[in-house]
Design a binder for this molecule. Structure first.
Ligand code: UD1
Ligand code: MG
Length: 417
């Protein structure tokens, strides 16, 4: 990496394959849009690619292309897409991509949209491995290589070819080094080799993996770069989706702890990739923080909280709370057994106590709703106390009505406003 954090020698183009049906997911949703750690599989891949700063990144879409294209338009508007009308295999998908890219030469990075644990370093190392060769493939040694393409090496330990699991001989199935699905190719050599792809395999598909063998047989040199078992996990079914989620969660917790966040039991803490934490936040067991949540310095969260799209300001305390779309002010106290719904804003030093539900309500600084109350569609000033069992009766069956309570007001117990 250079001083600005960007990687040197960006690839001429990046191709992400995301057109497959994902049959093994048993889902109508396109595989690459399934979520882990708060982002689609495809988003994790694109996030790892971003630092490479390639001039062009193209996503091949096909199965469920309307959904995938719409998702890309919203989240990654700069990316190009190419449509693979029929999913005739990964080799065919790359042909479609190269046709759409037009004139590119130099290194092209190709990977699948279903490998969310790959790191920027993995991709960078694959490109570096290409120098002077026709192709590099990123591989790993797996304890259980079932389902993956096997890396067949020649007598000099050089890469000979890749054989898909379904086409492998018993001897090849015993090979534990597998194809990650990440490759760097010289664009021109790739284009020519793709012309020679056949479909004489068990799936009747044009395999991109066959290009490596073709290049070798043309006398070109082909290399492999090895990474870890964990990084290459490809998500093909819902068990693998859960397994990828577990790894991502533990990576995310590790990153935050190294950045100064205290976690009493990180194995029970689920933080989405999309969440922002300050240093010196403390997180107790059984906490889920998701969506666009932000937790500021000195806040104490947990135990037993689910916070979604929630902002917790400096030094606030949140215990046993479900919160969606709320803003919790500096030094505020929330919980236990509290439900904050969208549009709730707690001012600095405010309190929403036990068995309190709030929605679309603004509780001013140092105001308190300590016990057993529902506050819906209300504005409450500062320093006010709302007694136990107060209900803001906001709905008459037809319309929602707004309630206003001033500052330094005392509301007694068991009151319907
Ligand atoms: C592929 C590799 C295998 C490797 C594994 C790593 C091939 C033939 N096999 O197998 O060697 O070990 O990835 O995870 O490449 N796709 C398209 N168009 C198609 C077919 C697939 O865009 O016509 C996309 C899919 O959406 C997916 C990716 O290509 O993102 C890989 O396809 P998938 O069916 O998951 O291949 P694997 O069986 O995992
Ligand atoms: Mg796959």
């Amino acid at each position: 990496m250079n001083k600005t954090g960007a990687h040197s020698n960006p690839p001429a183009a990046i191709i992400v394959l995301a057109a497959g049906a994902g049959t093994r997911m048993k889902s109508t949703k396109p595989k690459v849009l399934h979520q882990v750690a708060g982002m689609a599989l495809l988003d994790h891949v694109l996030a790892a690619l971003a630092p490479l700063e390639s001039a062009k990144t193209l996503v091949v879409v096909g199965h469920g292309k309307e959904w995938v294209t719409e998702h890309l338009k919203q989240k990654h508007p700069k990316l190009e897409t190419a449509v693979q009308g029929e999913q005739l295999g990964t080799g065919h998908a790359v042909k479609v991509a190269l046709d759409a890219l037009g004139k590119v030469s130099g290194p092209v990075l190709i990977l699948a949209g279903d490998t969310p644990l790959l790191t920027t370093d993995d991709m960078q190392n694959t490109i570096l491995g290409l120098s002077g060769n026709a192709a590099t493939v990123l591989t790993a040694h797996l304890a259980n290589p079932t389902g993956y393409g096997r890396i067949v090496r020649d007598s000099n330990r050089g890469l000979d070819k890749i054989v898909e699991h379904k086409d492998a001989t018993a001897e090849q199935l015993a090979i534990t080094e597998v194809n990650s699905g990440v490759y760097a190719f010289d664009a021109d050599l790739l284009r020519t080799a793709l012309e020679n792809l056949a479909t004489d395999n068990s799936q009747g598909e044009q395999y991109l993996t066959d290009v490596l063998g073709i290049l070798r047989s043309q006398g070109q040199s082909v290399t492999a770069v090895v990474t870890t078992e964990e990084n290459i996990l490809g998500v093909n079914d819902l068990r693998q989706l859960a397994a990828a989620g577990a790894v991502l969660r533990s990576r995310i917790c590790d990153e935050w702890m190294l950045a100064g966040v205290t976690m009493v039991d990180p194995t029970t803490v689920w933080i989405d990739r999309t969440v922002e934490l300050d240093a010196e936040v403390t997180i107790l067991p059984n906490v889920t923080i998701s969506g666009a949540s932000k937790i500021r310095n000195g806040a104490n969260i947990g135990p037993d909280c689910s916070l979604h799209d929630t902002v917790v300001d400096h030094c606030a305390t949140v215990i046993r709370t479900t919160s969606i779309g709320a803003i919790i002010g500096e030094g505020a106290n929330v919980g236990p057994y509290t439900y904050l719904r969208p549009g709730t804003v707690l001012g600095a030093g405010a309190k929403a106590g036990g068995f309190v539900e709030m929605k679309n309500a603004n509780l001013g600084p140092n105001s308190k709703v300590p016990h057993l109350s529902y506050v819906g569609d209300a504005t409450i000033g500062e320093g006010t106390n709302i007694g136990a069992a107060t209900v803001f009766v906001n709905y008459d069956g037809q319309e929602k009505h707004h309630t206003q309570v001033g500052s330094y007001v005392r509301i007694g117990s068991d009151t319907m406003l």
